[in-house]
Design a protein around this ligand. Structure first.
Ligand code: SAM
Ligand code: SF4
Length: 473
């Protein structure tokens, strides 16, 4: 089973939060409000990670404490992903494994949140009667209220309604849940209007809803004053943000906030990559030298069938413009193989695009049909073995590209924002460069949260190793 790594055992916070979650005085929580233990499992993307932190904060405020022990848990939450068939199956199989826990402890509350909850609704409880709560992606803010309802009524609750506004976008996790303490994730929007033919997101996250820019700025200011140095803006399609300002305007406003040193965002859609946004990579000193820009396929007929609304030529043009605006910028992307009708020639075009761009990091997937999407009606005609073989070929090529990019970084010097102690080597710490490479080097944990200059001495398959040459800032 996949274990979420959110630790919310420290309830002794007197940090008032910004919108929605307002912590009580620590003594109120510790003396009168300890209700039981919660275990939360998180699947999928960074947005789910952030939603889990928000749930942790809501529950902590209500008197629940985290446990790593399933046996001890009074509430178990699976915060789920259904973007690919495999992710969906994993959730169902893990839910099945919780049956014995419910048998042994009938008072246990099992809740399913996130995309599988939204997708399945009441059907999930019919298939899995040991589930007590199915909470959709627009209703996260109701979590504690619904836990109470279950505890009082002892019958399952389901809320998968969509609304015009998503209150949980404005919830901010307590300071003690921000790990590492110098990096905070901020929702700027949720949902998607793009309807790529293969994608379930518009159906499970709903239409695009942007958060008011003033709330975002207020949140970032508070983060900055509490020591956060890096802000990571999140949304399914951040560059179509419309919360009272354009996305580039929002970046410029955040760039002006004292204390913030780095700004990142994900995910961007190539069709919404405006010249104004590209120019931000030249003009904003805090915007990191990295962009995640999924291309999905290098073949025009496949891109058309995917309803992506750009061609390989436009995509390559964007890369060129971004490289001109921010020399040294690193690219990462998502790509799929085995989309219905993908010929060998189409696949070769994907490999060719990879060779031209030379991504620092690539997330590659085998296509799987998702219920309700347009491509679920296409014939899934690429045999599983062929999909696997294309995936392997693509990943082998990406490994070669990564090794080459890594070897060219040897001898170079980078600013590294130190994240944590290395789990493998006691005397080492690791952090990230502005272009998002992980760098390990010998150093004391007192460096965590500061930026140091490091000279790269070795390239590893997924990271770099270096030596600190500059003092901490
Ligand atoms: N908003 C992002 C974009 O525009 O590319 C993508 C978000 S999606 C949640 C994450 C990735 O999952 C996609 O970029 C795509 O590569 C992959 N994905 C989505 N649907 C898929 C499917 N039906 N089969 C395989 N991979 C899929
Ligand atoms: Fe899915 Fe396309 Fe929206 Fe990305 S842009 S979330 S791939 S529909």
């Amino acid at each position: 089973m996949e274990y979420g790594n959110h630790n919310f055992s420290n309830l002794q916070s007197d940090q008032p939060l910004i919108h929605g979650i307002d912590f009580k005085h620590p003594e109120d929580i510790c003396i009168s409000a300890m209700k039981g233990y919660v275990k939360i499992f998180t699947y999928g993307c960074q947005m789910n990670d952030l939603d889990s932190l928000k749930m942790c904060s809501l529950l902590a405020q209500d008197g629940w404490r985290e446990t790593q022990s399933l046996k001890k848990a009074d509430i178990i939450i699976l915060n789920t992903c259904s973007v690919r068939q495999k992710a969906y199956e994993k959730v169902l199989s893990n839910l099945g494994r919780l049956r014995p826990y419910k048998r042994r402890k009938p008072s246990l509350v099992i809740a399913v949140t996130g995309c599988v909850a939204q997708q399945e609704g009441a059907d999930l409880i019919e298939r899995m009667p040991h589930v007590d709560m199915v909470l959709g992606t627009h209703q996260l803010h109701r979590l504690t209220e619904l836990v109470h309802e279950i505890l009082i009524r002892r019958s399952p609750v389901i809320d998968t309604s969509f609304s015009e506004e998503i209150p949980s976008l404005d919830l901010v996790p307590g300071k003690e849940f921000i790990r590492p303490a110098h990096r905070a994730y901020t929702n700027i929007m949720q949902g998607c209007d793009n309807y790529c033919s293969y994608c379930i997101v518009p159906y499970v996250r709903g239409r695009e809803i942007s958060r008011d820019y003033q709330h975002i700025i207020e949140e970032v200011r508070k983060y900055a004053s509490s020591g956060v140095k890096e802000i990571f803006l999140l949304g399914q399609n951040v560059n179509s943000y419309r919360g009272g300002r354009t996305f580039p305007d929002l970046l410029r406003m955040i760039n002006d906030i004292d204390g913030i040193e780095r700004i990142r965002f994900t995910t961007s859609h190539p069709k919404d990559m405006s010249d104004d946004l590209i120019s931000c990579f030249a003009s904003l000193d805090k915007l990191c030298d990295h962009i995640h820009l999924p291309f999905q396929s290098g073949s025009n007929p496949v891109l058309k069938a995917m309803n992506r609304n750009y061609t390989r030529e436009t995509y390559l043009g964007l890369i060129e413009k971004l490289r001109a605006a921010g020399p040294g910028i690193a690219f990462s992307a998502d790509v799929m193989v085995g989309f219905p009708g993908e010929t060998h020639r189409d696949f070769e075009d994907t490999l060719d695009l990879m060779e031209r761009v030379r991504f620092d990091l690539l997330f590659s997937f085998k296509y799987s049909p998702r219920p309700g999407t347009r491509s679920a009606g296409f014939i899934d005609d690429i045999p599983e073995q062929e999909k696997l073989s294309r995936l392997r070929q693509l990943q082998d090529m990406q490994k070669r590209i990564c090794a080459d990019i890594g070897s060219k970084r040897i001898g170079r010097v980078y600013d590294v924002l130190v994240d944590a102690r290395s789990s493998r080597h006691e005397d080492q710490v690791f952090g990230r460069t502005t272009h998002n490479a992980i760098v390990n080097f010998s150093g004391d944990p007192s460096l965590i949260g500061s930026t140091v200059t490091v000279e790269i001495t070795r390239a590893n398959p997924n990271s770099l190793t270096g030596e600190q040459i500059g003092a901490m800032r």
